[in-house]
Write a protein that binds this ligand. Structure first.
Ligand SMILES: [Zn+2]
Length: 520
């Protein structure tokens, strides 16, 4: 395909830049567009380059002798198509099909300095003496023009090297290596490089904001603090509805804008991103590069409390009674609801089986009995020992967490192998399934061993006083009762057998510790 004749015939068609500029349609222009290999690099798209190059050619009334475009974006895929377009261009130059090479900028034509020199020398050799770069005409025979072009090529190579270094350091590439992705998690903010727009880090959003309540009350807050407060409140036993109400009362906008809802709150305080973990398809897969906003201990106790099925499935919209939806019917296992009754001249509050009315009891009897029993049990030294022993086995908790973390790391290794094609998708799926099950098991163990925050300072010698101090704080009392006891109301005996309310009316099981405690 080498046409030496044409090549030699090409030599000296135009003597000078002026001659070329005045050559009109006799001048055959070859144009070359190349996609930037890095999105962060400032530069025009191949489409824009093509338009600009063609505009330059049209402006000078030259003939468009051929357009060559490399669309490749990824540096790792220097595939055949790119080579083809580039080789075609070289072939056309060698064949003497052009008088001028039109490119928008040197770095797009060829980054590699050696290749630049090669093309330049080849162009010079075959008599393609003119390059139009970004609208500026260069004559390869002119030492000043050669220097200017050379300088641009050196600069282009330096840019390419810088980008490559950044990729190796993981600043530009390695998007999966612990970097945050998707929407910014509420309570964090992302810091970007002002010039390259590359993500530098994700940090707690401590910016002080102002909220104005409907009553005019002004509150200063930061999103990071809102998250920490939400975790603290929930871990101390405040119901989600109360946390939600307080935030809305203060006029602090929800993470998604607008009002806070229990669903939003629940999702927030169960999000592992707040202990610095990265989540893939709902599972923790490793450490993120951002700092934690809350203690792991707090996080896991919240997960434990909210993950308790008795809490989510039986919780009424608004708990105003101590035991409704908490104590269950001993006959049909349905929930007890509280209602006001007026019967035989007696008016008062009653708990009764919601679905079938199997059993009922005066609310004051049950409330008093349950509280007395729970506080007596929490005051016991052996119960105190069990709870504090659980705290002393922090080592075990730490071990379970560390093991879960190690397994997550293993999973991450598998994922990388999968991405690199080292293992098949089936092998990966199999490994993932097994590892996820093990991770869940260890995380459950860690969660089980953590002392619920709601019990801290409310056991042993402090139990009685702490309970009194709770007063009307029904939500926390309910949380404590739910945590320690499983209570069912049994049917009252037939007429004549009826006795005053007592332990015979209850099926009572402690969730941990000795089972012998029953109040008289
Ligand atoms: Zn029932």
């Amino acid at each position: 395909m080498v046409r030496r004749k044409a090549r030699s015939g090409n030599r000296g068609r135009f003597d000078s830049k002026d001659a070329l500029s005045a050559g009109g349609a006799d001048v055959r222009a070859l144009r070359y567009q190349r996609a930037s290999q890095d999105k962060k690099e400032q530069g025009k798209s191949v489409h824009d380059q093509g338009v600009l190059n063609l505009a330059e050619i049209t402006k000078r009334s030259w003939t468009d002798a051929g357009s060559f475009t490399d669309n490749h974006r990824s540096a790792s895929r220097r595939a055949t198509k790119e080579r083809e377009q580039f080789e075609l261009l070289i072939e056309q130059i060698r064949a003497g099909k052009g008088d001028v090479l039109v490119v928008w900028e040197i770095s797009r034509k060829e980054r590699d300095l050696a290749v630049f020199v090669k093309i330049r020398d080849m162009c010079h050799e075959v008599g393609l003496n003119f390059w139009l770069v970004g609208g500026v005409l260069y004559d390869l025979r002119d030492k000043n023009d050669r220097m200017m072009l050379g300088f641009q090529a050196v600069q282009a190579e330096w840019m390419a090297d810088s980008i490559r270094d950044n990729v190796l350091r993981g600043i530009v590439g390695a998007a999966e290596a612990g970097r945050p992705h998707g929407k910014v998690t509420y309570g964090y903010r992302r810091i970007y490089d002002q010039r390259t727009r590359a993500l530098l880090r994700q940090e707690p959003d401590t910016e002080i904001r102002t909220a104005v309540a409907t009553d005019g009350t002004v509150t200063q807050y930061s999103r990071a603090q809102v998250v920490r407060d939400n975790f603290r409140k929930v871990s101390e036993g405040m119901p989600l509805i109360a946390v939600e109400a307080e935030l809305n009362r203060l006029g602090i906008p929800a993470s998604e804008g607008g009002l806070w809802r229990r669903g939003i709150l629940r999702k927030q305080v169960m999000n592992p991103a707040y202990i610095g973990k990265r989540v893939l398809r709902g599972e923790i897969v490793g450490d993120g590069i951002w700092p934690a906003l809350v203690e792991e201990e707090t996080y896991w106790s919240v997960v434990r409390m909210l993950g308790d099925p008795s809490r989510t499935t039986t919780r009424p919209a608004r708990a105003v009674h101590l035991l409704s939806y908490l104590v269950r019917c001993g006959v049909c296992d349905g929930p007890l609801s509280s209602q006001k009754v007026n019967r035989h001249g007696w008016t008062g509050q009653v708990y009764s089986c919601l679905h079938k009315r199997c059993a009922a009891v005066k609310a004051e009897y049950l409330d008093e009995y349950v509280q007395r029993t729970v506080v007596a049990w929490l005051s016991r030294p052996d119960v105190y020992d069990i709870l504090t022993a659980a705290s002393a086995t922090d080592e075990e908790v730490a071990h379970a967490r560390a093991e879960a973390q190690r397994l997550r790391g293993e999973l991450e290794d598998w994922r990388k192998l999968g991405e690199e094609g080292e293992v098949t998708a089936i092998a990966y799926a199999r490994a993932e399934k097994g590892l996820l099950a093990q991770i869940a098991e260890h995380e459950q163990r860690a969660a089980d061993a953590g002392i619920p925050a709601v019990l801290r300072g409310r056991i042993g010698d402090e139990a009685v006083q702490a309970w009194q101090e709770l007063g009307d704080d029904i939500a926390v009392k309910r949380e404590i009762i739910r945590l320690v006891a499983d209570i069912k109301l049994l049917r009252a005996g037939f007429k004549g057998e009826r006795r005053t309310f007592g332990r015979h009316r209850l099926d009572w099981r402690w969730k941990f510790g000795p089972q012998d405690q029953q109040a008289a």
